[in-house]
Write a protein that binds this ligand. Sequence first.
Ligand code: NAP
Length: 547
Amino acid sequence: MPHVITQSCCSDGSCVYACPVNCIHPSPDEPGFATAEMLYIDPVACVDCGACVSACPVGAIAPDTKLEPAQLPFIELNASFYPKREGKLPPTSKLAPVIPAPVVRRGTRPLTVAVVGSGPAAMYAADELLTQDGVRVNMFEKLPTPYGLVRAGVAPDHQSTKRVTRLFDKIARRRGFTFYLNTEIGKHLSHADLLAHHHAVLYAVGAPNDRRLEIDGMGLPGTGTATEIVAWFNGHPEFADLPVDLGHESAVIVGNGNVAFDVARILTSDPDHLAHTDIAAHALSVLRESKVREVVIAARRGPAESAFTLPELIGLTAKSDVVLDADDHALVARDLASAADPLVRAKLEILSKLGDASAPATRPRIRLAYRLTPQRITDGRIEFTRTGTDDCVGIDAGLILTSIGYRGKPIRDLPFDDDRAVVPNDGGRVAAGTYVAGWIKRGPTGFIGTNKSCALETVQSLVDDFNDGRLTDPVGGAGALAKLVRERQPKVVDAAGWRAIDAAEISRGEAGDRPRLKFTEVSEMLAAAATAPKPTVRQRLLAGLRD
Ligand code: NAP
């Protein structure tokens, strides 16, 4: 009964270190780890102890006998990462080599770090820093709710992936951790303010913008970006009022990465199923009235160059009706005849078995289309050329979305590489005292767990600078910072406030059998935060003593 890693694998490597026989690869010390689409359990070496199940923060691992039918392809996918062997390997006591946490040497003052942003890169950076006694992390987030794209980017029908917030909640409860939510750096506090009150400032602000497609007609009514729609159906307060018109039968998404899949799935899902997720109430109402029957995902290159990952393709084709037209089936067959990479072959084999678009649809469906280079949008129509030719292909659509990647935006007082849309850095170090992690450091690629090794590298650079005496001691203690923040942002939300928002959302969801019913207005969030119990005199005294 070997264990199997399934679609929601976040690649943070927690399972690798829990495994007593080192049968999960690639491990963080191995070359393919940074680019792997997921991790794989060797069925011949697995001793079925289940340690990986408890370690996985997103519930992606199960024994092969407990998989749902849609997950069965993952048995073969895990096995295919390893050479074929017969029987079982004798159990070993080999462990994956642990990458040591950076050791902080004692300075005159305990290492104090401001982390800006509260998504996965920020939380993993805090986790690494707080492995050491005495370190303090103050985390600043402009929304009253933390966890960045896990809350506002992961699709609502991927609740298992959102489970990583339980790990983040644990990190936020660690000694030395303080939340300053609803506090925007660049508005309420400056980079200089943070530097004055900390040894170091670490920006993990992600890539909040989207890459824009520069063709005529973008901006017309009915056009938009997938990232905006993702934020809208996830209840991000800045996108709650996005005008989304689903009153037409056809939608087109340009680009075929995992974000395009997320949007196409939500647009074609049964709203009764979505009603049991944490989808925003406003989005669910619009989806209930939707007339969309087909979402075309248009890629400029061929099937072998598809940007989506294999686990997501397996997940999509198991649950949604996905088709190709005859020309695209021919392209898949052509690519399959010459593809050597096993991962690409596996994707092509799944594509080759998809239904034909000429068959009548019985429910809203997704069509994958290839070799379409977007040229212009007119009212209700997008025109492409067949890539590499002058042949024109037009698709009528009431909704035309681009899904061509996220893009980082400049941070005030920091350098910016406009071509790559990242802050230039060396192993996360921008300059002594200023650091970056996550998408603003390396660009918008990878999975939630990719940020763990990314954050570790940055924390290593930061700790090296601290140990070598390159960082300046903060001017005041924690009390002085808290006072400054309150002066500049009286509506700051702390950890207790976030827990009150969290509890209120979960409780609002119970009646509808939903994991939570999100607040989508900042004012509602602040009202819920205000119900949090105030710190007792004893807690305030203890905090003062620690300062
Ligand atoms: P992505 O994977 O980089 O895909 C971007 C797509 O846009 C590609 O198909 C690309 O085509 C296309 N594109 C770029 N410029 C274009 C242009 N000018 N005209 C037409 N097409 C263009 O981006 P993403 O989907 O936003 O995903 C971002 C990251 O988040 C990825 O690492 C993804 O795996 C991750 N993510 C993961 C999950 C999950 O695991 N469930 C969910 C969401 C996102 P070319 O390939 O031809 O450049």
